[in-house]
Design a protein. Structure first.
Length: 270
């Protein structure tokens, strides 16, 4: 027998011996299989959010009832199916049905991130920057509020600045009073289609005005507006997500579905 044949025979004997040892050690049964997928009806562990979207500094409002019958809050914010889940491109997908639990002072269910950082309107520079794709909007045409500067602390029930998509138009709605519905609309984009990404920013530069921009298909529009007198110096915060506005729900599948590809607030600390 040549040296090469002898080595091949030795290797074969070692493999055979190892197989016999495993068989004896397991009582003749094959080794136990590794971990398998969870059974039907069992939620798999959540995937982490996109690397470009940090959930640090946010809490999440979802349209599930809490013990008080109002919308629940997840603090700190975390992936929470089916309301906020990882999107295929690494962003975050928000789903808000037109029927569901609402916050105490709203009639509309939402899945929305609320900043944990408050600031004074008109003091310092504060910016919310986002890239968004609309996948579904409420059937009654009332649209979705995608970003806000919202009242905080003693005016936490008061909306202030809202970036709203409605019937193909992206606009900014700025309330002029804390008590009442007096407001001014500022158009940003027209003919915004579903399934097409666009960007928007909301900036309070600390000089008594507000600045907004939106970009679709390489075309950008910028708008400035004065801070209303009743909101100067008020404590406010950013909010962003899927605050659908349906007034006439059309069933369990009606609502808003949105992907945020990018979401950033600056500064990130108080």
């Amino acid at each position: 027998m040549s040296r090469r044949q002898w080595l091949a025979a030795a290797v074969a004997l070692l493999v055979l011996a190892g197989g016999l040892w495993i068989g004896l050690g397991t009582g003749g049964r094959p080794p136990a299989p590794g971990p398998s997928a969870p059974p039907a009806g069992t939620a798999a562990p959540p995937s982490p959010p996109a690397a470009g979207i940090s959930l640090a500094g946010w809490k999440l409002s979802i349209p599930e009832e809490n013990d008080d019958g109002n919308a629940s809050t997840i603090e700190p914010a975390a992936i929470t199916a089916p309301w906020m889940t990882p999107a295929p491109d690494g962003g975050l997908m928000f789903w808000a049905p037109s029927q569901g639990a609402t916050t105490k002072n709203s009639d509309h269910p939402r899945t929305e991130l609320n900043s944990l950082t408050n600031f004074k309107a008109g003091q310092g520079t504060h910016t919310l920057d986002a890239s968004v794709t609309l996948l579904q909007v409420p059937q009654d045409g009332q649209g979705i509020i995608l970003g806000q500067i919202h009242g905080a602390d003693d005016i936490s029930s008061v909306p202030y600045v809202m970036v709203r998509f409605q019937e193909g138009q992206l606009k900014v709605v700025i309330k002029q009073v804390q008590d009442g519905n007096d407001h001014i609309n500022y158009p940003l984009l027209d003919n915004v289609p579903l399934n097409s990404p666009f960007d928007f920013t909301i900036t309070d530069p600390g000089n008594g005005s507000l600045a907004f921009s939106a970009t679709l298909n390489g075309s950008t529009r910028q708008v400035t507006a004065p801070i209303p007198a009743e909101f100067k110096g008020a404590t406010v915060r950013f909010q962003a997500g899927d605050y659908q506005q349906a007034d006439d729900p059309a069933g369990a599948q009606d609502g808003g579905r949105v992907i945020f590809h990018r979401l950033d607030q600056q500064p990130t600390t108080s």
